[in-house]
Structure formats: C-alpha cells, structure tokens
Design a protein around this ligand. Structure first.
Ligand SMILES: [Zn+2]
Length: 146
C-alpha cells in the first residue's frame, strides 16, 4: 500500500467515527489527517522527481560513455603514429663512421654488441658508451685482444 493510500484509509476511518464537528478534539484530528494527506502527496511528488532525475543521470552517463569511447579511439589512433621522425623504429642511436663519415642508425642490441662493420666502407666500428667507461677498466677483459 502506498503512503497516499494509507493516508486516505486513515481519513476514511476518521470519517467513520462520525465525530462531532464542533468538538475541539475533532478539529485537531481533522487537521492532523489533512496534514498527513498533504505530506503523503508531497513525498510521492518528490519520489517521482527523484526517479526522473535518476533517468536523466543514466542518459547522461550513456552519452558520456559514448564521448569517452570517441576520445580514447582518437588517442589510440595517435599512438599508432611513429614517435620519431627518423624513418626506422629500430634505429634508437646514430653513429658516425670515423673513416667515411657515414651516419649509421643502430638499435639497442647492436649497441650492446659493442661494435659492427660500417655498411658503407667496411671499417670496424666500436661503440664505447658511457656505462662501460664509468664502470672502470676492470671489465675490459671481456673485449680481449682482437
Ligand atoms: Zn665507413
């Protein structure tokens, strides 16, 4: 039973008592019953408003999800573009051949190998990068005598 129906039921019960309309207590009871009925209607209106607001929030939430999908799609598209403009994703470093002056792009694996042949003139190139030098001379035994 809804509260409006309960309020109407109480009003019907009071009317069934056939109270004396001139009695002061009857006026109090009547006033209370009127108040209860008004409050019940007010609460029902608020509930309806609350439901409407919830529906609107749900609609906004769906719309926002659509906007988020579009935004994230755009970001993914941007990530697909190559970050560096060097033309090759593998060439993380560049070395210049001291013999012929050719600029050679090398990746991290080639760098850790410590050396390679110049593809232009065939000169053996050795990569000395700072980490080895900072670690001291003790680790030079790994390069042996070539
Ligand atoms: Zn060279």
């Amino acid at each position: 039973m809804k509260i409006t129906e309960k309020a109407a039921y109480i009003k019907g019960l009071a009317e069934g008592l056939e109270l004396d309309p001139k009695d002061k207590q009857t006026k109090v009871i009547k006033a209370l019953i009127d108040l209860v009925n008004e409050m019940a209607e007010e609460v029902c209106e608020l509930e309806q408003c609350y439901d409407d607001v919830c529906d609107q929030i749900d609609a906004l939430d769906e719309d926002l999800a659509g906007v988020e999908d579009l935004l994230y799609e755009d970001e993914e598209d941007d990530d697909d573009e190559p970050v560096c403009g060097c033309g090759s994703d593998d060439a993380a470093y560049e070395v210049t051949c001291p013999t012929c002056g050719a600029v050679i792009g090398i990746d991290e694996n080639q760098l850790s190998d410590g050396g390679m042949s110049c593809p232009n003139c065939g000169e053996t190139l050795e990569f000395d990068y700072d980490e080895d030098e900072l670690d001291g001379k003790d680790e030079e035994e790994s390069s042996d005598e070539e």
